[in-house]
Design a protein around this ligand. Structure first.
Ligand code: CA
Ligand code: CA
Length: 629
């Protein structure tokens, strides 16, 4: 039912999509376009979650402050940006049809924290630091209004100020759209240059409207205003323009790069070209920035009435990778752990003498960082890697107290048992379905299965139905007397017992120990009824044989008799094997006990038992042979 619903939902989605595509392809009343840009605060930090509206299309900015609006109607469109706690910006932009329009970076000013309630009696409003003031006369307002006056960064101006002027102060008075019945007086600090003229930004016309020249006193200048919103104070200045291009190191134009001077903003077009207009004469630094690139600047001398061509600004991409770094310490006591191995995304590093590590060139995203140190329990941490950043992650490792890996199979512990491998509890069972007719045991041997080496459980490659590894006995033609037991199927006479992952990290010498009891054919036990111990250090993809425990022995005349861990034609005994795994120190391994009868002949014996597998860091003397059988 759930599936059906999903198909219906998908079908509906398909219909809607096809409908929308059809509509766009049939040339609607206006051609559509894409509008993109970024939103930042006055410190140029991106603002995420800002609402951006162009005409009837809206979207919000991502974590990098970027927005993309698609299927926007082309031509002159209202563009507005708002975010909680910030002053909104609203202006008109010209959207190019069938193309991407890059909007210069929108800087949002944080709204001043102080608000003042003024009624019809009038009063004075100041911002929180008192740098700008508004005196509202009686009867200017018909009802109470909560007024906020914000002294803004010059970069927050919604549009460049008119030609021939330089912005010296920018004030925003809200609620915007308020019109006073009698003019109020706005007073700001006097700039060093005069005369000071004022403009009010008419957002519906997307243009600055002149308020005339301000009245300058010793250290302030004031002007009459009747409309709330943006008020710009400007001084006349000789101005010029800059044009230039932002490129990659390969010379390709970078579209949509933000270009700024201390007082103006532009954005590059699809060819990477930009123009900054109405800049005060003199030397100015022009900085280009684009998400994914490292900022770069050029210095340009602006000449009055001229358009200077700036040197190309070359942007290099930021590394697409991040890093993780931190310190590795013991969980108890003081000090640091030097020489710890740290692994993330397959990259390895080691802590230095201060316990500090760093792994660079990691792909962004959630990454598992694993730390291994001799004598300590290894530890994983999940960290978030961010492009171009170093994520900090410290580790406190607990000291290893006891030996390392041991399993007596007294409980289920994650071994994978295939074929006839099974974990058995001591049972009173003997291989007497096959003996003495097919299989011959020595005098006094009743064919009993052994008790576990330790505890009461062990793993056995054998079948409790027969007490042997014959699997299903051959019936067509019938098995014959003293055959040693003939299997019906090859597939049931082999199987692997595979350990869970065993961590050998942190050890300088590693020894595998296990106990085994086995009984196989005596006909040719060096070739058949193979008992191998294999090892994988890549989670089971590839296996290496450590040892084969079969004896070097043949006795084709006695096909019904067994060879066991006790010897020829004698009951098995538990024997200990040890193997030096030091060459696998620092790795995570799996062990496999692999039985394979290899053929159907002489398979009526008790098979292979394993118990008390352990791996310790006890040293093996250098003079001892690798194979300790
Ligand atoms: Ca056991
Ligand atoms: Ca055999």
């Amino acid at each position: 039912m759930k599936r059906i619903k999903r198909y219906i939902a998908f079908f509906l989605l398909l219909v809607v999509s096809v409908g929308a595509i059809g509509c766009g392809g049939e040339d609607g009343p206006s051609q559509t376009a894409t509008v993109t840009g970024t939103v930042a605060d006055t410190a140029l930090n991106p603002i995420s979650g800002a609402s951006v509206v162009v005409g009837s299309v809206s979207s919000s900015t991502g974590s990098d402050g970027t927005y993309i609006l698609e299927r926007v109607t082309s031509g002159l469109q209202n563009f507005s940006v708002s975010a909680p706690g910030y002053l909104s910006v609203s202006k008109t932009i010209d959207v190019t049809p069938m193309a991407t329009t890059y909007v210069p970076k929108t800087i949002l000013e944080q709204k001043d924290s102080k608000s003042t309630d003024i009624g019809s009696g009038g009063g004075e409003v100041a911002n929180s630091d008192g740098s700008v003031k508004l005196s509202i006369p009686a009867e200017a307002l018909s009802s109470d209004l909560s007024i906020v006056i914000t002294n803004c960064s010059l970069l927050s101006a919604p549009l460049p100020v008119p030609d021939g002027y330089k912005l010296v102060s920018l004030v925003y008075i809200s609620p915007t759209g308020t019109v006073l019945a009698k003019p109020a007086t706005l007073t700001i600090s006097a700039p060093s240059e005069t005369p000071v003229s004022f403009y009010w930004f008419d957002s519906s016309a997307s243009a600055w409207q002149s308020l005339g020249e301000g009245t300058v006193s010793t250290d302030t200048v004031s002007v009459s205003i009747s409309n709330f919103g943006w008020i710009a104070a400007v001084v006349p200045v000789s101005v010029g323009n800059i044009s230039g291009r932002v490129i990659t190191s390969g010379g390709a134009g970078i579209a949509g790069a933000d270009v700024r001077t201390p007082s103006s903003l532009a954005v590059t077009d699809s060819s990477g070209n930009y123009t900054l207009s109405n800049l005060p004469v003199g030397t100015v630094s022009v900085t280009a920035s684009k998400i994914g690139y490292i900022d770069n600047s050029v210095s340009v001398v602006v000449q009055a009435g001229e358009t200077e061509t700036a040197d190309n600004i070359t942007l290099s991409p930021v590394s697409s990778n991040g890093s993780v770094a931190g310190k590795i310490m013991p969980a108890s006591g003081s000090g640091v752990i030097a020489g710890a191995r740290v692994v993330a995304q397959g990259k390895t590093s080691y802590s230095d003498s201060n316990g500090d590590y760093v792994i660079s060139e990691l792909s962004a995203g959630t990454v598992t960082v694993s730390v291994y140190a001799y004598g300590y329990v290894n530890q994983d941490a999940s960290v978030t890697i961010t492009t171009g950043h170093a994520t900090s992650q410290n580790f406190s490792l607990s000291a290893v107290s006891v030996a390392d890996f041991s399993d007596g199979f007294e409980s289920e512990s994650g071994w994978s048992a295939a074929g006839l491998w099974n974990r058995i509890q001591n049972i009173t069972l003997s291989n007497n379905t096959l003996a003495p007719y097919y299989v011959t045991f020595s005098s006094g041997d009743d064919g009993s299965l052994p008790a576990a080496h330790g505890g009461s459980y062990s793993y056995w490659f054998g079948d409790s139905a027969t007490g042997s590894f014959i699997g299903e006995q051959r019936s067509i033609p019938p098995d014959t007397e003293l055959s040693g037991g003939t299997s019906a199927f090859l597939a049931t006479t082999k199987g692997d017992l595979i350990s869970p992952s065993i961590n050998l990290v942190g050890y300088s010498t590693v020894t595998l120990t296990f106990w085994t009891w086995w009984e196989v054919e005596a006909r040719d036990p060096s070739t058949f009824d193979q008992m191998k111990v294999n090892l994988s250090d890549d989670d089971g993809t590839n296996w290496t044989m450590l040892l084969k425990i079969n004896p070097e022995f043949t006795n084709p005349e006695d096909v019904s008799k067994p060879y066991s861990s006790g010897g020829f034609f004698t009951p098995g005994v538990w024997v200990k094997h040890q193997y030096d795994l030091t060459s696998y120190a620092g790795k995570t391994i799996k062990l496999a006990f692999s039985f394979d009868a290899m053929d159907l002949q002489s398979n009526g014996f008790r098979g292979w038992f394993i118990d008390d597998v352990s791996i310790s860091k006890d040293a093996i003397s250098a003079s001892s042979s690798r194979k300790l059988f």
